[in-house]
Write a protein that binds this ligand. Structure first.
Ligand code: GRG
Length: 295
């Protein structure tokens, strides 16, 4: 099975989970419920859920068992995209190849769809179906809150917005923004597998180190897509950072320098997994995917 087909079949599992959950009885008005479905069921790669399923599998946790955690993380990711696309933030009209949520609905609905997804993530994690051990559920809730909040993604987004005027950011400052804004959720995806599998400290730290590196690599790949990507494939406007004169790894290191930083992170990430042996082969493929992705 190729990596692409694995990614697609895992994405299908995640989508099926959401279809079931969104079919449950609810009290939301139709426009809010429809906007939530629009934000989630729209062809994202589901790379973060993929990492949860595959890192959990290292510890004998089935895809089905890891699925609620994978879906909870995807809820946070989808909320962040909806809010990031708002006029007050990145002001984007297209996402995943179709109009963004505030364009397809309206701004207030997009804000509320994002809020609903943010809170739904923690509702899912608190449910017994997520893990029979309440200590594991608590750890998942705590780690995902840290990864999403002011010490993680939201903090990174705030730093990124504040830095828009600063065309002279250092590489360390850019790296910190990337680690928080994009890296924190990807790192959590890998850590979550270890938490679900009651892994020991050493194995958990190994997965965190791996997740940290591919998270940073993912953002560098995103910066490269902004410069080299085809908007049709990427599903959104490109050249935004370049046109805005934004400081990124690419503006600092040039295209070749950024590619070499990306490849170094990939190799170091793969090296982190050596103690897992052949069991980690799909995660190794995931690291290669990050450096080669075209969308
Ligand atoms: C609004 C609190 C808040 C945070 C927003 C995610 C984010 C933070 C901003 C998005 C800006 C962006 C494009 C970041 C680059 C990395 C990234 C998250 C890309 C999109 O993720 P993919 O490629 O998207 O996994 P799909 O559509 O496949 O899920």
């Amino acid at each position: 099975m190729t990596f692409q087909s694995k990614l697609q079949s895992h994405a299908l599992l995640t989508a099926e989970y959401f279809e079931k959950r969104f079919a449950e009885t609810h009290s939301a008005p139709a426009h809010l419920h429809n906007s939530i479905k629009y934000a989630v069921l729209n062809g994202g790669k589901r790379f973060r859920p993929f990492l949860v399923l595959e890192s959990a599998q290292l510890f004998g946790i089935s895809y089905e068992e890891a699925l609620p955690t994978a879906a909870a993380l995807e809820c946070i990711h989808c909320y962040s995209l909806v809010h990031d696309d708002l006029p007050a933030m990145d002001d984007d009209d297209m996402r995943r190849g179709r109009p963004t949520v505030h364009i397809a609905f309206d701004e207030a609905t997009a804000i509320l769809a994002g809020d609903s997804l943010l809170t739904f993530a923690f509702e899912i994690l608190s449910e017994e179906a997520t893990h029979s051990d309440p200590q594991v559920r608590l750890a998942l809730i705590s780690k995902l809150a840290q990864a999403s909040g002011y010490n993680g993604m939201a903090g990174g987004q705030a730093r990124d917005l504040a830095a828009e005027e600063e065309k002279t950011l250092s590489l360390d400052e850019i790296g910190l923004i990337q680690t928080m804004k994009t890296g924190a959720l990807i790192r959590f995806a890998c850590e979550a597998g270890a938490l679900l599998g009651h892994a020991g400290k050493k194995e958990k730290d190994t997965l965190i180190a791996f997740g940290d590196k591919i998270g940073r690599a993912f953002q560098i790949a995103d910066d490269l897509l902004d410069v080299e990507g085809d908007p049709e494939k990427v599903g959104k406007a490109t050249a935004k950072d370049t046109n805005a004169g934004k400081a990124t790894f690419v503006s600092h290191l040039g295209i070749e320098g950024a590619k070499s930083a990306l490849n170094q992170l990939r190799d170091d990430a793969i090296n982190d997994l050596s103690s897992f042996g052949a069991k980690a082969s799909t995660l190794i493929e995931a690291a290669h995917f990050v450096t080669k992705r075209d969308h």
